[in-house]
Design a protein around this ligand. Structure first.
Ligand code: T4K
Length: 384
């Protein structure tokens, strides 16, 4: 049977552009590892690929100890348990909601502290005023991979005897003065979610500085089992499986190239956007080697008359899907908004930044032409 010839022109297929696209190892490299799993039938519970990836990750990141876990949220929950954090924890409202949820899952009260203008991370100058006799720790976030002011945070923690945990979900491979920022504080956590620079589909890790703590974390991620008959803590199931581990192992070979490609994209965006009136770009600090996990821009409606949401809609109409990370602020969600620290007047900068931010598409496979298109639509939306 011959099909009738279509008279009308076929419709153009429009390729949507999402905020990110996972960077995966070549499938042909994955297959032999899958075959090995199918042969061995070892699927999880500290299998050989888990062990290899944990060791390789530690070497890659140049950190003393790593513990792989099932995702970044469980990494946070376990990090808090491992350090036996209780009472109140001072944290940032400008993050993914998992940061505060992890506190709540440990029956800890989050105390929100405002952020600083330059890096969007917790403002160390505002932490001390929030400390009470119930405060036990500071949970800071290297948001977008921009390092927190770790020296100032540590100085406060040392003065008041507080623990410091870094949510480094965005900060894979970020260095300051040549040193990986995962070496700061008592513990740092990573996320290897599909949307992250480095992904194992779902996954995460906890980085710590001492062996005893690593041992406790490893018990906690496996129900608290120390051996077949001994349970030393009320742990949880947060184990990374063998499939995730092989993706992680193979992804270590491709992450540096991804960072370099993203650096190029970031440079292109900067060149095109720096002169558009109404778009503010974050400053890049000289002593930091960034990972270009995200490309946030800020649109000030008061100053320029066009709102962030108008620009967001204009892009969406052209099948470009940026994200407003992190709007709404965590402190404005129903689970948190009644806390005294969550009140808008206590968090002026965080609220303003959340109302202005737009994370543009950022991934290594983003084509130059696509960047040009995004910038053109942006320019048109702002200047119309
Ligand atoms: N701390 C911080 C600071 C975090 O940012 C996160 C997670 C965590 C802790 C917790 O870590 P995990 O427990 O997640 O490991 C995403 C992610 O779900 C979340 O992992 C991430 N932060 C957060 C910032 O973003 P959504 O709701 O934006 O994801 P979604 O599904 O809308 O994806 C965004 C775009 O990514 C899609 O439009 C297309 C692309 N995509 C997404 C997925 C899931 C793909 O191409 N493939 C995929 O499989 O939350």
């Amino acid at each position: 049977m011959t099909l009738p010839i279509r008279e009308e022109k076929p419709r153009e297929i429009i390729k949507p552009i999402f905020v990110t696209k996972p960077n995966l190892p070549p499938l042909e490299k994955v297959m032999p590892y899958l075959e090995a799993i199918w042969q061995s039938k070892v699927l999880t519970n500290n299998g050989p690929f888990h062990q290899q990836f944990e060791e390789a990750l530690k070497r890659y990141l140049q950190v003393p100890y790593t513990s792989l876990v099932a995702n970044g949220t469980l990494a946070l929950v376990i990090a808090l348990q491992a350090l036996r954090i209780t009472g109140e924890v001072i944290t940032t409202p400008f993050s993914f909601v998992a940061t505060a949820h992890a506190l709540r899952w440990n029956d800890i009260t989050p105390v929100f502290c405002d952020i600083e203008e330059k890096t969007f991370t917790i403002d160390p100058n505002k932490i001390e005023a929030l400390i009470t006799p119930r405060t036990t720790a500071i949970l800071a976030v290297h948001v977008y991979g921009y390092p927190c002011q770790t020296d100032a945070i540590q100085a406060i923690a040392d003065t008041y005897g507080l623990r410091v945990i870094y949510d480094a979900a965005h900060a894979f491979g970020v260095r300051r003065n040549g040193k990986n920022i995962l070496n700061e504080g008592d513990l740092s956590i990573l996320s290897f979610h599909a949307t992250k620079l480095f992904t194992t589909f779902e996954g995460g890790a906890i980085v710590c500085q001492d062996e005893k703590l690593k041992k406790r974390i490893d018990y906690l991620r496996n129900f608290g089992f120390a051996n077949e008959v001994t349970v030393v803590a009320p742990g949880i199931n947060a184990k990374m499986n063998e499939f995730q581990s092989i993706i992680g192992l193979l992804s270590l070979d491709i992450v540096e190239e991804e960072i370099q490609r993203r650096k190029h994209i970031a440079h292109l965006y900067r060149t095109r956007l720096q002169d558009i009136r109404g778009v503010k770009l974050p400053e890049e600090l000289e002593d930091v080697e960034y990972n270009y996990a995200y490309f946030p821009i800020f649109i000030d409606e008061e100053e320029f008359g066009v709102s962030r949401d108008e620009v967001y809609t204009a892009l969406k109409e052209q099948h470009i899907f940026p994200r407003r990370y992190f709007y709404p602020l965590i402190s404005n969600f129903p689970s948190y908004r009644t806390l005294p620290s969550a009140q808008r007047e206590n968090l002026p900068i965080a609220n303003r930044v959340a109302d202005q931010v737009l994370c543009l598409p950022m991934y290594g496979a983003l084509e130059e032409e696509e960047v040009e298109k995004i910038c053109y639509i942006l320019w048109k939306a702002i200047s119309s």
